[in-house]
Design a binder for this molecule. Structure first.
Ligand SMILES: NC(=O)c1ccc[n+]([C@@H]2O[C@H](COP(=O)([O-])OP(=O)(O)OC[C@H]3O[C@@H](n4cnc5c(N)ncnc54)[C@H](O)[C@@H]3O)[C@@H](O)[C@H]2O)c1
Length: 372
């Protein structure tokens, strides 16, 4: 991975030729980047209707300035957009407009719009290049890299493929308009990446917690960049999720998915991940002898940036955790879970399903009692 700082923006080039630009104002570079990474005869912009209009205007202007013809359409933001109906609608529209194979699709919006538009790019005419301009913190710090595209079908992300974007433009100017809960939720994945990476990054986050809460642009630029660095370094070892290395990125997610299911998906993903990091961290102290201070450090950082660290009192642990029987990480009667041996030392642990249930339920009770 090579990188350089340019007028407040970080430019990261990964080993697979994906260009990642992070920083305030980065959206204005999209036309220039399309010229550099193309040639593209046409650009198709698929925008999230909930993302800031003025900044979308800058993106469209940048593309026009680059002299590339542009088509534009809008989708409602959020989970309701992640359907096959939306995909068919986009395919049909692009075919009707004669969008050619050498077009670049630009997804502008939150993770739901980018997962959907990325899937359209992966499948339209057997696949065209795409760029993503994430506009939520979760999409910037996590969803934008890794190449996962999908729509829901009954359950989440049932139909999808790996199709890495060529260009990622994480312009932190977008984060000013995010509602508080949406913003804080995105911070959980940043903490997860830091816990996987090591103490230096976790210490940096702790030292900059106030800047994060206040959405300081410089702090945010660095936090998003660090987060993407960690994710890219894991993803580039296992580009299409064939070897298992990427399972490490599921830290906190076994419990998080169970919590999301039990709350009928009303709990925000990042809130569930934050609780999951604590419960699974306590489980790691019992199963692997992970240092209690390490888990306490993660818990206090999550709490200082406004994330929950204890499971909601109305949920029964055993009933909630039953969901792990349907977890994608299950292999027969066993489940493979990422756990922290210590901060910066994630390992994959294989356990019988019943053992995992008992362990996590006990950790859940401890997290609940220490959160009172
Ligand atoms: N592909 C991946 O690797 C990956 C990783 C994590 C999550 N995801 C997916 O991402 C989705 C969640 O994404 P999300 O958290 O970005 O939420 P989201 O895409 O559901 O968007 C949430 C809301 O925020 C609005 N919005 C977008 N940008 C905004 C802005 N700048 N200001 C104000 N409002 C804005 C949207 O219109 C929407 O109403 C889920 O579907 C999840 O499965 C994918």
């Amino acid at each position: 991975m090579s990188q350089e700082a340019d007028r407040g923006c970080w430019i990261i080039q990964d080993s697979h030729d994906v260009a990642i630009i992070v920083g305030p104002g980065a959206r204005r570079l999209i036309g220039r980047l399309a010229l550099e990474y193309g040639p593209y005869s046409t650009i198709v912009v698929v925008a999230d209707a909930g993302a800031p209009r003025a900044m979308l205007g800058d993106i469209l202007a940048g593309i026009r300035d680059a002299g590339i013809p542009v088509y534009f359409t809008e989708l409602p933001g959020g989970e309701k957009t992640k359907t096959l109906d939306t995909v068919v609608q986009l395919w049909s529209w692009m075919a009707k407009e004669n969008v050619p194979r050498d077009a670049l699709l630009v997804a502008y919006g939150g993770g739901a719009v980018s997962d959907t538009a990325g899937f359209v790019a992966a499948t339209y005419m057997r696949g065209i290049d795409w760029a993503t301009v994430p506009t939520t913190l979760l999409a910037m710090a996590d969803a934008a890299v890794g190449g996962k595209t999908a729509v829901n079908l009954g359950a989440k992300n049932i139909v999808g493929v790996f199709h890495h974007p060529r260009i990622v433009v994480a312009d932190i100017d977008h984060l000013g308009t995010l509602p508080h809960e949406e913003y804080v939720s995105g911070l959980a994945e940043i903490v997860k990446h830091a816990a996987i990476h090591g103490r230096d990054l976790l210490d940096w986050l702790r030292g900059n917690a106030e800047g994060l809460v206040k959405r300081n642009p410089e702090t945010l630029t660095r936090a998003v960049k660090y987060s993407l660095d960690v994710k890219m370094s894991i993803v580039s070892r296992d580009y299409r999720e064939k070897r298992g290395d990427r399972m490490i990125l599921n830290l906190g997610h076994t419990v998080a998915h169970a919590l999301e299911k039990a709350t009928g998906y009303t709990m925000r993903h990042g809130y569930a991940v934050a609780i999951g990091l604590v419960v699974e961290g306590i489980a790691a102290t019992m199963k692997l002898g992970a240092p209690r201070e390490d888990i306490e450090e993660i818990r206090s950082l999550l709490s200082s940036i406004g994330l929950p660290t204890a499971p909601p009192s109305g949920l029964d642990p055993m009933e909630t955790l039953e969901a792990i029987k349907l977890d994608k990480k299950r292999r027969g009667n066993r489940i493979v879970m990422p756990m922290l041996k210590e901060i910066g030392k994630p390992v994959l642990v294989s356990m019988g399903i019943e053992e995992a249930l008992d362990l996590l339920a006990e950790a859940w009770r401890l997290a609940a009692s220490s959160g009172q």
